[in-house]
Design a protein around this ligand. Sequence first.
Ligand SMILES: *Cc1c(COP(=O)(O)O)cnc(C)c1O
Length: 439
Amino acid sequence: MASQIIREPMALERKVMDKLFREAQKYIPGGVNSPVRAFKAVGGDPLFIERGMGSKVYDTSGSEFIDYVSSWGPLILGHSHPQVTNQIREALQKGTSFGAPTPGETELARMIVQAVPGIEKVRLVNSGTEAAMSAIRLARGYTGRDKIIKFEGCYHGHADYLLVKAGSGATTFGFPDSAGVPQDFTRNTILIPYNDITATERVVKENHQEIAAIIIEPVAGNMGVVLPGDGFLQKLRDITRKYGIVLVFDEVISGFRISYGGAQQYFGVIPDLTCLGKIIGGGLPVGAYGGKKEIMEYLSPLGPVYQAGTLSGNPIAVAAGIETLKILSQPGIYEKLEQRTTNLVHSLRENGRKLKVDIYINHIGSMFTVFFCPDKVYDYKSAKKSDEKQFAHYFQGMLKKGIYLPCSQFETNFLSLAHSREDIEKTIKTNYETLRTLK
Ligand SMILES: *Cc1c(COP(=O)(O)O)cnc(C)c1O
């Protein structure tokens, strides 16, 4: 690899990639296996990635990019971390899947239970989507109630009743946010603006006998980064406890990201159930949900709530997850990530100020989003005020100069341990040059 010549991506070699994308579109809807990859929000065609190493990805024309996508969150150690890759290789020698218990599953489960305050028992699945839909089924089975509350702008995977958008007027009942989702399936989902405790309390008081669960991203990452306001999570904890509602933290992004114990450890608010994914698979497909023993034992084969998976607890994915968590459990890791991110964010803000470009940045741990608007972003509506055209120009400008950002305003940039001082300096400099062209 060292012998390979890395060209500056100044003049992006599009020809080969255009051909690859045309070919992909012939066989794959939209040419992508997950819609956000399609660059629809920013225009142009996606890069085709050849390989990743540390903080960098390389496209098929050999251009190098500093990567802030990090596979949309999992790669907190950077690409191809040698220890993780080694463990994957070792696991491979023993076989790929058995459909029977393996010691690694227990080890990963033990590490998760020891790390995450709200998890006493945990079930491994294959994606965050599965984790969230299974947690909701469990909450419904446990409480014997049907309704759930979710917050606008939070994403919990693509289960039918979680793909909801706000209805018109005063109604809080969700409407399908995708074709193919029957209205009937969203009838039991109540949608409330993020950080709106008054609305939550009102809805809970009116419907509490029917509400099984409140599900929330304790740090939202799917409308860009949006932080919970002072006391918001604690108030959710108080009201759910009062009415016997299951509080579900969807920590698929924030778990092992903003601290080793996730957002619940960071904010000191412990939910009944927690969804995990992304980081715990070390870049391979994994999800998990866990929580109070009493609730988790409602699961089959112990209890009446069914949930299953042919490849759940896959030994290769589990090996990658264990090694990733081992590295993350070392002292000082999260402080280092947060320090670097804070430094970067301060400089980006300073660039905006100097150049008089209106940006608003939310950040926590190693997550941040640069919103193109002057005012505070605290929920979906305020996030939506950002100038998406300006973001698209910014995105393209950064890409041309070798910085690979998430291709939507409403996504999160992730730093990894592999992002070096030089990477960050280059990002700050490129940000300055790019913001200057937006004026
Ligand atoms: C990514 C994500 C999911 C879905 O996970 P998949 O593995 O893509 O199914 C669920 N919840 C949150 C908060 C996520 O960020």
